[in-house]
Design a protein around this ligand. Structure first.
Ligand SMILES: Cc1cc2nc3c(=O)[nH]c(=O)nc-3n(C[C@H](O)[C@H](O)[C@H](O)COP(=O)(O)O)c2cc1C
Length: 215
């Protein structure tokens, strides 16, 4: 196996390091964050750092890169307090990637891609129309990560929208059926396949699949 030590990583070219370190922690979630400025300009951008923080209260978090350059998502959330998180599905990957392009503040990525904005139940921020799983979120807090000047944004999940056929009786969402993709590195989009789903693990008990009979 190849070994890359901390000192060899520090001597790599920027692109090689970026690709290696973005891939080595595994697949990441693939979401579009929708926001709108107080003046009404909508914005959508791909984020791979959205992660579950807790279910009671329902919380998620995501990392924002250093705000040393203008970041519309950051500005809009700070000014309006709300945003949406929309799963990227396999039919949206090109447009999702396009949404990372640095468009000027007065330009909406919804006008530059085939992604369509939609407004649900009076929520101020735009949702992405064809996403099968989407959430309305309210900003609650930000934490400065001093090691690299990034920000961890924490938000409460105010609503979850799910296509009917994706939810199981116990609340579990079938992301495979939803065609939700994952991100490999910073530019690879992949479609994971569900292998199995297991019941709660207890010491010294055989692991049981949800899809097999108990007997
Ligand atoms: C696959 C992928 C994942 C990304 N994930 C993040 C992320 O987690 N945090 C972040 O700040 N930027 C991330 N970006 C960069 C943003 O999409 C990009 O900066 C975008 O221009 C932000 O748009 P905005 O200025 O409209 O907010 C990612 C880009 C790509 C291509």
């Amino acid at each position: 196996m190849l070994q890359f030590t901390k000192s060899s990583i520090s001597e790599m070219s920027k692109v090689f390091r970026l690709n290696l370190i973005n891939s080595c922690t595994g697949y990441k979630s693939a979401n579009l964050i929708g926001t709108k400025s107080p003046g009404g300009i909508s914005n959508v951008a791909v984020f791979s750092s959205v992660t579950h923080l807790g279910s009671n209260p329902p919380l998620l978090g995501f990392v924002i890169r250093p705000t040393t350059v203008p970041r519309n998502t950051y500005e809009n959330i700070k000014k309006t307090g709300v945003f949406t998180v929309n799963h990227i599905n396999s039919s949206q990957i090109k447009d999702a990637h396009h949404s990372s392009a640095k468009y000027a503040t007065d330009i909406s990525e919804f006008d530059k891609t085939n992604l369509q904005e939609e407004y649900l139940d009076g929520f101020f921020a735009p949702f992405v129309k064809n996403s099968n799983i989407k959430m309305a979120c309210e900003f609650t807090n930000e934490y400065h990560i001093k090691e690299n000047d990034t920000l961890l944004f924490v938000a409460s999940i105010e609503s979850v929208y799910v296509a009917d056929e994706l939810i199981q009786e116990d609340g579990w969402l079938n992301l495979d059926k939803a065609n939700t993709v994952a991100i490999n590195g910073l530019d690879g989009y992949t479609k994971p396949t569900l292998l199995d789903r297991f019941k709660y693990a207890r010491p010294d008990q055989k692991i049981q699949s949800f899809f097999e009979n108990d007997t």
